[in-house]
Design a protein around this ligand. Sequence first.
Ligand code: SIN
Length: 559
Amino acid sequence: MEHQIDFLVIGSGIAGLSFALKAAEHGTVAVVTKKKTIETSTNYAQGGIASVFGADDSFDLHMQDTLNAGDGLCHPEVVEMVVKSGPGSIANLLQMGVDFNRRDSAPETLDLGREGGHSRHRIVHAHDMTGRAVEEILVARANEHSNIAIHENHLLLDLIVQHRSLKAGAFSLDHRDTCRGAFILDSETGEIHVFRAHVVLLCTGGAGKVYLYTSNPDVATGDGLAVAYRAGAQLANLEFVQFHPTCLYHPITKNFLISEAVRGEGARLIDKRGRAFMAGYHPLKDLAFRDIVARAIDTEMKKSGDDCVFLDITHRDGAFVRKRFPNIYEKCLSLGIDITKEPIPVVPAAHYMCGGIVTDRQGKTNIEGLLALGECACTGLHGANRLASNSLLEAMVFAQEAALYCGENIKALRRRELQEIPACDRVPPPAAEQANGEMVLIAHNWDIIRRIMWNYVGIVRTDKRLKLAQNHIAQIRNEVREHMPHIPLSTDLVELQNLALVAELIIMCALQRKESRGLHHNLDHPHKDDEHFGRDTLVPGGHTEDFLCVMTGRMSFDP
Ligand code: SIN
């Protein structure tokens, strides 16, 4: 089936839907999402949105905190743009009906939380379910809009890119290649659809599932990164994977975050014996930057051999804790942990990808007609470590800038002819029962990749472990290439290929950075080296013989 629209948005989190709502004023929009619309990382964001509202706060302070967290790699002009757009973006959400918490004593004033690395209270929040409060409103508005069509259970396979030059390995910033649309798998019918569009936006979120332990939902498999790379988009800084210090440690639950806002309200990290240990690592103690807290926990666990550490907020009034953190309170209680009476067992887990697809200040990539927003993008805001609660803000600000660009250029964009697109030439895969039981390859390789990444490319790295990981992942990628054409196309299969590629790219970036900075800590290069590494790690796209590219005929027809 063929669809033709002005704007194709891949992903239905805060970035995708914020853009869709604005772009729908200028043309038709299709939002494609691989599960249900609401099933996004945004929906799981607990803490909130950082923005300057406090009487004791200023844009300069928020900018400085962001730059300090980023450890020398933030792009200052982007930091300034995002921070200064914060209050306007929050006002926009309030106007749409998002119900942020107010102060009990002054109901007209937003209640501001605090998180690691922030020198002031500036986290606008809806209890401990901020992402859900925002996502629900955005989904409702998008569903109401006559110019927006949402396609659930539709998975991005590959972009359709018209290459003007096929020189292998060449990269330049002039817009040489043009994105014309995408091949999308309807995972319910198995049909491959062609979506032709004047502009394609990748808003596919992160890649936390590449690690064994993650706070991310199951959809976070790095699809946008992998697809963009295959299409020739430039990526950067993939070594900077943020590990959230405090995910719930419990045998029957996975991925449940204990928000940093809990430490913002005074919770302390303690070991099994009740010893508070953060004072030994940083003067800001439990509110130090996330990379420092995660590494401290990792060190404590390695020293003691314990499976977890604990987060203790029992000294705060129980009624306050229940009201401020209703979601965390209820979830823990359902597992037999009353957080008002006992410390919460926690471990670090992969949480956020600070690198991604390189964009300019309007979300544009090096491929004409291809934009990237949100966690899958690398805008220059986060540098080597993202400041807590800056990500929803970034997504909103860049969605606004991208929509402005599209609105101003829609006539020119529409003049670009939407050419005939060659049909997808994938050889029909065998039926599941004919795959000779080889479906096990998918589950096995998923598991292996995630374990290798956790053990060898985690919070603390060494050259040896990175090289071992590189060899293992290369073998898996070969196996995937060899066997996948004979396995029926499915979401798991596509995600496996994407995860394997993203794992390879993370390792490639980590091996290049022979220093320790922000989230990248390598014991063989324990110091920061501004002279050689005070810059982004750039990855030119397009060096892959992956199956999906072959499947879609590489789409390299000349103009
Ligand atoms: C949290 O609530 O701790 C997560 C906030 C964030 O990742 O920005």
